[in-house]
Design a protein around this ligand. Sequence first.
Ligand code: ZN
Ligand code: ZN
Ligand code: FE
Length: 760
Amino acid sequence: MTSRLHIRVEGIVQGVGFRPFVHLLAERLNLAGWVLNSSAGVEIEVEGERVQEFLEELRQRPPPLALLEQVEAEPLPPIGAQGFQILASSEDEAPITLIPPDVATCPDCLREMNDLADRRYQYPFLNCTHCGPRFTIIERLPYDRARTAMKAFSLCPDCAREYADLRDRRYHAQPVACPHCGPRLELIEGTRHWDGEEALERSRRLLEDGRILAVKGLGGFHLATDATCEEAVDRLRRRKGRPAKSLAVMVPSLAEAREIAELSPLAEELLVSWQRPIVLLPRREGTLAPSIAPDNGRVGVMLPYTPLHHLLLEGFTALVMTSANESEEPIVASNEEALMKLEGIADAFLLHDRPIIQRLDDSVQVIAGARPMMVRRARGYAPGPFRLVQSFPPTLACGPELKNTFALSKRDVLFLSHHIGDLQNLETYQHYQRSIAHLEELYALEPEVVAHDLHPQYLSTRYALSLPARRKVAVQHHHAHIAAVLFEAGETGPAIGVACDGTGYGEDGAIWGMEFFLSSRGSSKRLGHLAYVPLLGSEEAVRQPWRMAASHLFASVGEGALPLLVRLFPQPSPSTWEVLWRQWRAGFHSPPTSSAGRLFDAVSALLGFPGAISYEGQAAIRLERLAEQGRHSPSIPLSLPLREGAPFLLDPSPMLVQLAERVVADEAIDRSALAFSFHLALTDAIVASSKRIRLEHSLSLVVLAGGVFVNILLLQMTQEMLEAEGFRVLVPQRLPPNDGAIAVGQAVTAFARLEEEGCV
Ligand code: ZN
Ligand code: ZN
Ligand code: FE
């Protein structure tokens, strides 16, 4: 019997070969009708005898990159339709289509690229319906070539035929291109130019010679150099002014990845996934230049994700592929900008003429036990959707000040932006505002609710307060951390919230960091925290970890710490220590803090971290590595006593005096054992605090959140010991433990409060 169905599909259904899939399926089942990209997703009408089979197939076996969020079918009276058509996109409805992320080059395209007989042999910009650039080239929705960075390249007859042929794997592939009609390579080296294959040849030669190349990629420029050549890596570090922070590397295949790092099956899966993130992996000694990651036991590894990368990597074991930007500025994206800003860093520029619409960094993941954990969410994942249980008024969550991301919601979908960076940098702040405007425009959104941090001076807060939205919601930083983890686990609380973090503005104006809460999505009540110590010299204390060591020693033994400090640290001079002691006592320029990040700094300094840090988290990263090395040495009993009260306090200062005394007493002491013992002591303290809260509130669900948990050793030990004590433990996974998740936490908090108030 003939029947007709109207089907609405929502989700990631544009730019993933959905319409040709529908067309072929309809033909196979002998159905008439049409399909079109609408702003809501994809609309389909099918008519014939096998419409139910069609619906079943669509639900069960969609194209590999499609993500079906919702499929609604509605019967209609048959109209005697003939044939099947793909109709032009409709633009009449309010957009809620999900933007497809960029997809790494697929195996079919790679085969063509390596096939001498293929017309795209060695073409660095080939792509198809199942791979290629998406988010980085989209100007507006619906996703069609005319609204992308490809609009300037008109299709040659061959490409046009493929684009229009339903049976071709490039059918309706918007970025389709070939050597005749698509983007072209160009190498600029001083006053000389090379094009096409010659540009590529010359680029490889330069890399072989240890030169530094600026390479235009998908979401911006990389600086590339031979990662196995110490001299080249050192030159890059000096020119870029990046003395120690780890550099990510790209390897041609898993074989080379195995050579430089230890790979678990999960790590391999992640490396070859179409998102192609940088994966932080335990490093093997030997192949890579030692200065790739001097502080870190891990190295960031990724596989090629564009045809150009594949071609460039040929014959190399590993290339450094680090984002090209001046420190804290957004990634360089246009040819002009690269030539201007990277002059003096790069020896040559490998450019192409396809504009980058959206700047996008590489994503970073780390493996925590049996699960991957996001560290930086950008290419491949952003602006991926999160489904909400109900619709809310359009909401903008402005995010934190550092490692900023922002979030936007429309009806029952929450979009988290890509990694933006540190807003204190003017260009990054402009990039932030432009990115918000771009996403608001793509989704035709005008936020009615704006969520922001409690800190009155954050640029994201000031931006939030300047907006016309009718409703503003201020959210405490660490509550936002916890709320984000509750949200991604689909939980509402109440739960024991444990924040182990660097810096967040507290409700009492102090700088919070390590906090214990009674948390639900809408709010957190603080039950305990790390005892306050002065942040000795404010921002200076963040830069110079030994200041925090001093602050803790002063807190425990007062002036008696002076002889210890003089023996522990060659710098500063004894008279300066006297000055610092007076500053500490007066509390001058030293706000109280319960920061866990600063505690790690203090311990790292006591165990030998010298001078000032050159990047955020450096001292803590060194300490984690030291502890990893000491995990099989006999541990030394250390503890953070819990002092009862409202709130209860964990006091780390006596433990730091103990550490200091041991180091002073025995120059040759095993510092790695001390580092590991410190991790153990902190884990014990978290477990003891959680047990105390369980006793009082009859709760056994614990949420772990905050940037310090990027420390995998700490995260895993804490999780395991809590589980051994009968707790159920939630940890971040798809969202980062660090401030990259704050915007989601802010949005979730705003939604919960609207619900509590009956506003939705
Ligand atoms: Zn492909
Ligand atoms: Zn062509
Ligand atoms: Fe934080």
